[in-house]
Design a protein around this ligand. Structure first.
Ligand code: PRP
Ligand code: URA
Length: 207
């Protein structure tokens, strides 16, 4: 269990496009998905395998396939921006959705939607959201998943603030956190700095 900052050169190179305020919506979306895909490769290293009988064109043999069901759960809206990149590497994963936004005045998470795969309790869940700021939204979503019986959760984000990491680790020490960058902190509006701004607005072009 722990916190993993993904310093791979390709991830860091792509992250510089996301941070640039002049990057347009198209490039922002594409790059976000590319980073999410690269992160998936790393974050899935610990997945369990099982052996199955397989017949090659030459002979019978055993091969290895994923042992447990895998689910990707984006926190709406911004988490949606990572899903396409992740399913490239996890094509059999099911996708659930949790709708939570943060009230910009109180900073409290506000729940509005959830739809999860039926076998979610048995699944390895990758909970995804580009931004881990105060940690309120992530903690809400992790609490929610645990109430549904989920036992194995990893949280993937693009940028994490130290404050958010601390809060999630305190409440959920069993959840691994993967981030492309751990930034300096939160500003007076609880936005991450240097950060990349409002991820949802940049993905969907709403500002
Ligand atoms: C953003 C972000 C996280 C949350 C992080 O979503 O995508 O979900 O804020 O902040 P926190 O760690 O302080 O809770 P937002 O509430 O802007 O909603 P959106 O995805 O609909 O844009
Ligand atoms: N949500 C965002 O989208 N960006 C931040 O910096 C903080 C919360």
């Amino acid at each position: 269990m722990g916190v993993f900052e993904m310093n791979h050169p390709l991830i860091q190179h792509k992250l510089s496009y996301l941070r640039n305020k002049d990057t347009d919506t198209k490039i922002f979306r594409e790059t976000l998905n590319e980073i999410a895909g690269l992160m998936t490769y790393e974050a899935t290293k610990g997945l369990r395998l099982k052996e199955v009988e397989t017949e090659t064109p030459i002979m019978k043999t055993t091969t290895k396939v994923l042992a447990d069901p895998v689910a990707i759960v984006p926190i709406l809206r911004a988490g949606l921006g990572m899903v396409e990149g992740m399913v490239t590497f996890l094509p059999t994963a099911r996708v659930g959705h949790i709708g939570v936004y943060r009230n910009e005045e109180t900073l409290e998470p506000v729940y509005y939607y959830c739809k999860l795969p039926v076998d979610i309790a048995k699944s390895k869940v990758f909970l995804v959201d580009p931004m881990l700021a105060t940690g309120g939204s992530a903690n809400y979503a992790i609490d929610y998943l645990k109430q549904k019986g989920v036992k194995d959760i990893s949280f993937l984000c693009i940028i994490a603030a130290p404050e958010g990491i601390e809060r999630v680790q305190e409440a959920h020490p069993d959840v691994d956190i993967y981030a492309a960058s751990i930034d300096e902190g939160l500003n007076e509006k609880s936005y991450i700095y240097p950060g990349l701004g409002d991820a949802g607005d940049r993905i969907f072009g709403t500002k």
